[in-house]
Design a protein around this ligand. Structure first.
Ligand code: CTP
Ligand code: MG
Length: 165
């Protein structure tokens, strides 16, 4: 059943979604790049990537994994931890690319903003032998673009984020 496969696909990505969605609750923290700049005069990552955000995201993502593990098996606690970590590393790679392109923190980078964490978490799911299908990856990818636009808008309205993207 296609619908069932798509729903299972969503469940596979819940840890990454929870991780990525919880980081914005951290407004100020210690920047992962320790405010260091590269030769281009720009920050390595910027103030939007903090240790607190990373910790909260991985904790939240792994907790979601612990719930999922009740249905998909104990290994999901383990998978969720690495999936969440990968999501945040992908998010940092996205920030790194944005800074190199001279973009300020929070400046809009369509597709990169939405898919950086998705690409890295997909890679980890595949590497950890989660039986994920191309159709699931494509469906979730498209879903994430819409979900991201929607949740960022809601977070902006709730004043959790300073910009609506
Ligand atoms: N955040 C954090 N630590 C992380 C990731 C995110 O503290 N490792 C928080 C920051 O407050 C960040 C917010 O979550 O501003 C939203 O994340 P994101 O949209 O990825 O960051 P941006 O502010 O848009 O910055 P960037 O341009 O670097 O993506
Ligand atoms: Mg952003």
């Amino acid at each position: 059943m296609l619908i069932a496969a798509l729903l299972v696909g969503i469940v596979y990505y819940l840890p990454a979604l929870a991780a990525n969605g919880s980081a914005p609750f951290v407004k100020k923290g210690t920047p992962i790049d320790f405010r260091k700049k590269l030769n281009d005069g720009r920050r390595i990552l910027g103030d939007g990537k903090t240790f607190e955000g990373l910790l909260l995201a991985v904790t939240f993502g792994t907790t979601v994994g612990a719930i999922i593990s009740r249905f998909l098996g104990d290994e999901w606690i383990f998978i969720a931890f690495f999936e969440s970590l990968a999501a945040m590393i992908g998010d940092m790679i996205g920030a790194f690319i944005k800074r190199r392109l001279g973009m300020e923190r929070g400046q809009r980078a369509p597709l990169l903003d939405q898919l950086d964490f998705f690409v890295s978490s997909t890679l980890v799911l595949v590497l950890m032998h989660v039986k994920i299908q191309i159709v699931q990856i494509l469906f979730i990818g498209i879903l994430i673009i819409f979900l991201h636009l929607f949740t960022n808008y809601v977070a902006f309205r709730l004043k959790i984020k300073s910009v609506p993207w």
